[in-house]
Design a protein around this ligand. Structure first.
Ligand code: GRF
Length: 211
């Protein structure tokens, strides 16, 4: 499976995919990484692994590259790399509907909540403030509406009594590092067929253990 990964941050989930590629635990090839931040540690991880990295970030003027310019260059890269799958792993810009439709393969996103609950940012604080008993992470198909695409897989945890947003973030991150390769494995085995799900398939394997 040829994968392109979009990142903005530390890239710990990218690292999990790099490790799986290098140790052969998953038959994947990371054909390229796109970062919208030049200072993202994910860029270092990709370069260290010898993966092509495209940094599409603000220029010397210090101005933020417009989303239209970012998307134009990102699309050129994706069309060159020809991935089978695009993974958003800690990618922190909202993408336009035009871009999402133009991407030449399915695109999935990793989100730190049990979707459809807690879309958007700052999920750990919000979950704690609401007094939830459970939290977790989801991998879902990317659609123009933020964090609203079909959920493909989830991993969950029970919130402890002395939990903080920081402890939750760490626990959820550990889950993410298992959920990402698990999801890729389901895609590779054909258990999750993204093309048919995108086409509106109404059955799937979405574990919702707490509902
Ligand atoms: C993860 O928590 C993911 O759910 C969110 O951004 C974070 C990425 O972490 N979308 P990393 O860059 O992979 O370390």
């Amino acid at each position: 499976l040829k994968i392109a990964v979009l990142v903005s941050g530390s890239g710990s989930n990218l690292q999990v995919m790099i490790d799986a590629m290098q140790n052969g635990s998953l038959p994947i090839e990371i054909v390229g990484v796109i970062s919208n931040r030049e200072d993202a540690y994910a860029v270092v991880r990709a370069k260290t692994a010898g993966i092509h990295v495209s940094v599409l970030s603000h220029t010397t003027s210090g101005k933020r590259m417009s989303i239209a310019t970012f998307e134009k260059h990102a699309l050129e890269q994706l069309n060159t790399w020809q991935p089978d799958l695009v993974v958003l792993a800690g990618f922190m810009r909202v993408l336009s509907a035009e871009f999402i439709h133009a991407v030449p393969c399915p695109m999935i996103n990793l989100h730190p909540s049990l979707l459809p609950d807690y879309k958007g940012l700052d999920t750990h604080h919000r979950v704690l403030r609401a007094g939830e008993a459970y939290h977790g992470c989801s991998v879902h198909l990317v659609v123009p509406e933020l964090d609203a695409g079909q959920v493909l897989t989830q991993a969950w945890l029970a919130i402890c009594s002395d939990e903080t947003a920081e402890s939750l973030a760490l626990r959820v991150q550990k889950l993410e590092h298992q959920l990402v390769p698990f999801t890729l494995e389901l895609i590779i085995k054909g258990v999750l067929n993204l093309a048919t799900i995108q086409a509106g398939q109404t059955e799937g394997f979405v574990p919702l253990p707490y509902r």
